[in-house]
Design a protein around this ligand. Structure first.
Ligand code: ADP
Length: 580
């Protein structure tokens, strides 16, 4: 309360008023005193001058005794001391003292001036009266000659008394005025601080969360406008807050309803947010505030988190939590340095894939023996058959070959996809592998009039690889190149780039149109169906090629322009890579 604006204003105002009033009193006293002294001098002078006609006849007739009696009776009547002195300073009449006992007054200050022909004034101690007196001495002249000096005087304490009374009265009046002023100011400041207090109270309630509070000030001034603005502001805040709460609720219900696990953690790995599904994945009720490694005990996730914190980008990976497989997509939010992870359960998907692969492997295996038997049977019957039957048997034989190739390719894929599959690693000279693979196609290329060109750009180091699988990879790629090129050439280029070996197989064939490019590595995906079938394609060659490259920790990419040619680029790491 003491620190309120009302008390501050009142205290400040009172202090200023009191100090000003005090200063006025202080500085007004001296002028007032001088003014009273001046008035007293004037009155004494007038009195002395007015006595002149009465005194002169006594002087002229030398009736000094009568003059003394006149001065005594007049002085008593007007309560003023009157003294008459001759030009030598000898007192010839005095209203209060016996002139015979009085000393010569010639050297009194006022007397000196009067003898010089002017009105003399003085405030000094009177040796005769033994007190402070106010004197006025006026010379009485006759034909420019000073006949005598009339001196009127009053005790100084008369003026002092008057001034003291004056001071007392002015003091009281000032006190009364100041008090009334302060009282009025208090009322005024109260009217000023009340609406402020009301606004402060309302704002405090808003900060406490009460957005329904309103200020009602029935005033037209700035306070009234401030109250209106305040009410408008809280109104809008209320609406905004409601909308925000609704949005928040909506957001929360969406988050908790999604089946994917959602996890948000900060740069230090502390969990900031998680939905119900994530809690179920982690098998914990309360995860907020914990570190992610206390909640997800998965080395794959720790690697993924490390990677995203390092790269500050989007990362995706498969992780296993409590015996289930999840596809985890993590995104780094640069704005507030948070990581958002989404866990999608793919356990069932992976199981189905496994079932599918096993099924394909089993079927291929089961088909292989009967197909080989059919092929043998066709070849046996062929010799003893008539021409028409031979034609039919040829068709059967061709299709059986195709089926055997498909089964072989499927078995190759299944074999490589087996969990325990390991590459037969050894030091491999890629030049030899390529030359070997090329030798299979020399005749076919010659038949089609195609040039097969091998460019070895630099010294090629030996790499750790599975020779048989690499041969299989390049045979598949070269087979396609020869198959889908009618004229022109096939260039095989080998070069080194940083830590990888780059092998490019570029043909001038039919090319692959843009819409097929992203899918050609899929199993059984065939861009040009009729041509592929005619040339005995299975649609599995590139899938096998891709698999072999990945097993070697390499990459395979394709660029092509329809009608102009295709380029496959394979990269294989030169340095040691982990066996898969
Ligand atoms: P296929 O046995 O049918 O050749 P692949 O898996 O080897 O199967 O190839 C998939 C498809 O990609 C092919 O059917 C073909 O349409 C296309 N393709 C692959 N290599 C080439 C190439 N060098 N030129 C043109 N098309 C190609």
């Amino acid at each position: 309360m003491k620190r309120s604006i009302f008390f501050k204003l009142l205290f400040g105002f009172s202090l200023i008023v009191i100090v000003l009033a005090g200063l006025i009193l202080l500085f007004a006293y001296q002028p007032m005193r001088n003014y009273f002294i001046g008035i007293s001098f004037t009155q004494l002078e007038r009195l002395a001058v007015s006595l002149e006609p009465s005194i002169l006849p006594y002087i002229d007739n030398a009736h000094f005794r009568e003059l003394d009696a006149f001065v005594k009776s007049t002085g008593q009547k007007i309560d003023t001391r009157i003294t008459v002195m001759n030009p030598d300073g000898v007192v010839i009449a005095d209203s209060e003292n016996d002139i015979n006992t009085m000393e010569n007054h010639r050297f009194r200050i006022e007397m000196q001036k009067a003898l010089a022909g002017e009105t003399g004034t003085a405030i000094r101690y009177s040796p005769t009266e033994h007190r402070q007196m106010l004197y006025v001495a006026v010379p009485l002249r006759k034909q420019n000659k000073v006949l005598c000096v009339v001196r009127t005087s009053i005790p100084f304490h008369n003026i002092d008394e008057l001034l003291r009374t004056m001071k007392r009265r002015v003091g009281w009046a000032t006190c009364a005025t100041v008090s009334i002023g302060i009282l009025f100011a208090a009322f005024f400041f109260l009217g000023f601080s009340m609406p402020l207090r009301e606004l402060v109270r309302a704002s405090r309630r808003v900060t406490e969360g009460d957005l329904g509070v309103r200020v009602s000030l029935k005033r037209q001034d700035e306070f009234g406008k401030l109250a209106d603005s305040f009410n408008e502001m809280t109104n809008r805040l209320h609406l905004f807050f409601n909308a925000l709460s609704a949005k928040n609720e909506e957001f929360n219900s969406i988050i908790s309803s999604i089946r994917e696990g959602l996890l948000v953690f900060d740069g230090k790995g502390r969990i900031l947010m998680a939905n119900k599904s994530f809690n179920e994945i982690a098998g914990m009720d309360q995860v907020i505030g914990k570190h992610f490694y206390e909640v997800i005990r998965s080395p794959e996730f720790s690697d993924l988190a490390e990677k995203i914190l390092d790269q500050k980008n989007a990362v995706t990976g498969e992780i296993i939590i409590r015996n289930r497989i999840y596809l985890c997509s993590a995104v780094y939010l640069h704005t507030d340095e948070k990581i958002v992870c989404l866990f999608h359960d793919i356990t069932e998907l992976r199981r189905l894939e496994r079932v599918k692969k096993d099924f394909v492997a089993n079927v291929s295996h089961e088909l292989k023996t009967p197909l080989t038997a059919i092929k043998g049977f066709v070849e046996t019957v062929m010799d003893s058959a008539d021409k028409e039957t031979q034609r039919h048997l040829e068709i059967v034989g061709r299709n059986t070959d195709r089926l055997i190739r498909i089964v072989d390719d499927l078995l190759t894929l299944s074999e490589m996809e087996e969990k325990g599959f390991v590459l037969d690693l050894a030091e491999v000279d890629i030049k030899e592998v390529l030359k070997n693979a090329l030798s299979f196609f020399e005749q076919k290329a010659r038949d089609k009039g195609l040039a097969l060109v091998l460019n070895i750009m630099t010294e090629v180091p030996a790499i750790q690889a599975d020779r048989y699988r690499l041969e299989q990879l390049f045979i598949n790629l070269l087979d396609n190149a020869v198959k889908y090129t009618e004229h022109g050439s096939i260039h095989i280029t080998v070069k080194t780039q940083e830590k990888v070996l780059v092998i490019e197989i570029e043909d001038t064939g039919i090319g692959i149109s843009e819409e097929h490019l992203p899918r050609i590595f899929e199993r059984f995906y065939v861009a040009d169906k009729s041509r592929s079938r005619k040339s005995g394609g299975t649609g599995l060659g590139l899938a096998i090629a891709k698999h072999i490259v990945h097993l070697h920790n390499g990459t395979i990419t394709v660029t092509s322009t329809s009608g102009q040619g295709t380029k496959f680029t394979v990269t294989l790491p030169i340095s040691r890579f982990p066996s898969v």
